[in-house]
Design a protein around this ligand. Structure first.
Ligand code: HAM
Length: 423
């Protein structure tokens, strides 16, 4: 039997409903914050990710799905959303109107990781990218979106971690300090960290293997290397978070696994016990040099992405059910072959007038039809028999109260407007 590829999954039943519900909620949330939807290709030129996410990152060095198309082009399934949105921003000259330009996206991403709970090879992200503003209000705003979204869903055990990587000048000073500090300990670090020392020493601080060692704990702190401007920016971000009463923790070791960040970085984790290593539900930060580095005009950016599957796991762990089973408005069945056409056209009239309607396609007997109506949680049942067809007068049964109504076919919509109109 053919099976889905490792690390991928099928979405159906309640999970599918939950994802649809989340999309709806996100759409209206983004409308409130005045962000516009953007959609970019699922595959891009491989070079794009090398130049944005960074050569030395795990994502680019170990996790991309790379392929050549039939025209021998080097392409990559997108491992994250920022790179494509930045490319789109430059290619379509969206900077002409970036004062600021606030965008959001939702879609599948691909990373060749070892599959485990909350870590898939194909997963969905909801993300935002804002271009053209240096204001710390925007950093605070994007953090507040994640926070507000999770609170809206009812999540209680979440934690917002923030840090500042400063501007390039501060980062370079800090980088030098880390190189000096770790030099005598190189031999004691894990293999990955020894490579990080060469390529991107900041990422040593992100190491999960050595996290609890004294070497790590005593490492120089970024906060001591921020220049005045960077410190001021970070203080302002914190001020705005305080203004919105958002709980956060400053975590000096938070550096993030992508190369494009400057200034604010953040991660929102689920702190529910036993939730496991994939507890980062959403993360992001500022990237003031990325647009320029990719050949666009000097335009600052800031954004985040939330892993939808991880979010669903967190909701499950907190016993939060997103799908309420609504049931249908009307269920119709015919008593014999002769009334099937009338039943079918009545169902069509109800559907095109906005009522959630289903019908019996297979001429079940009465008992099974009532059972089926209950299974579908039908509010009303219409039985179409020979009399109903002849007199054009229907018997409509309220499936909860069992009350019966006689309604002329021509008054059908008026009847349901009155009974269900406000729902
Ligand atoms: P990221 O931290 O690589 O950031 O991913 C963001 C979120 O995607 C993670 O917090 C996690 O919830 C989810 N995620 C990542 N990998 C997997 C996986 N293998 N399986 C399931 N979920 C996963 C970014 O992608 C940046 N583009 C965020 C950003 C936007 N920064 C600025 N703008």
């Amino acid at each position: 039997m053919l099976q889905k590829p490792k690390g991928t999954y099928d979405i159906y039943n309640e999970k599918a409903q939950e994802i649809l519900y989340l999309k709806k909620l996100i759409t209206s949330l983004m409308d409130n914050y005045n962000y516009s939807y953007v959609q970019t290709p699922i595959f891009e030129a491989r070079e794009l990710f090398h130049r944005t996410v960074g050569e030395s990152t795990d994502i680019v060095s170990k996790e991309t799905y790379d392929f050549k198309d039939r025209g021998n082009r080097d392409l990559t399934l997108r491992p994250e959303g920022t790179a494509g949105v930045v490319r789109c921003f430059i290619e379509n000259k969206l900077y002409v109107d970036a004062n600021p330009l606030k965008t959001w996206y939702f879609g599948p991403m691909f990373r060749y990781e070892r599959p485990q709970s909350g870590r898939n090879r194909e997963f969905n992200q909801f993300g935002v990218e804002v271009f053209g503003s240096l204001s710390p209000m925007i950093d605070a705003e994007v953090i507040s979106i994640v926070y507000h979204f999770f609170k809206l869903l009812g999540l209680k055990n979440i934690k917002v971690n923030i840090n500042s990587l400063g501007d390039l000048d501060s980062r370079n000073h800090y980088r030098d300090a880390l190189l000096d500090y770790f030099k005598p300990y190189i031999g004691q670090l894990c293999d990955d960290c020894q490579q990080r020392y060469e390529k991107n020493p900041l990422r040593i601080l992100d190491c999960k293997v050595d996290a609890d060692s004294d070497i790590m704990k005593n490492a120089p702190k970024m906060s001591n290397y921020l220049n005045e401007e960077s410190k001021h920016h970070f203080d302002e971000v914190k001020k705005y978070l305080d203004l919105m009463e958002i709980d956060y923790t400053v975590n000096d070791n938070l550096v993030r696994g992508l190369d494009y960040y400057t200034h604010t970085v953040f991660e929102v984790t689920s702190e529910i016990e036993g939730f496991g290593s994939g507890n980062v539900l959403g993360a992001g930060g500022r990237y003031d040099n990325l647009v320029k580095n990719l050949g666009g005009p000097n335009t600052p950016g800031v954004g985040f992405a939330i892993g939808i599957e991880r979010l669903l796991l967190a909701l499950e762990a907190e016993n939060i059910n997103l799908t309420k089973e609504d049931g249908i408005d009307v269920y119709l069945f015919a008593t014999s072959e002769e009334e099937k056409d009338e039943m079918f056209s009545l169902a069509n009239i109800l559907r095109v007038n906005g009522f959630k309607t289903d019908l019996d396609y297979s001429l079940r007997n009465f008992k099974n039809n009532f059972k089926h109506a209950d299974k579908l949680k039908a509010k009303f049942i219409i039985i179409v028999g020979p009399d109903e067809v002849k007199t054009k007068c229907l018997t409509i049964k309220n499936n909860e109260t069992k009350e019966e109504y006689k309604v002329d076919t021509k008054d059908l919509i008026e009847f349901f407007d009155e009974k269900l109109g406000d729902e």
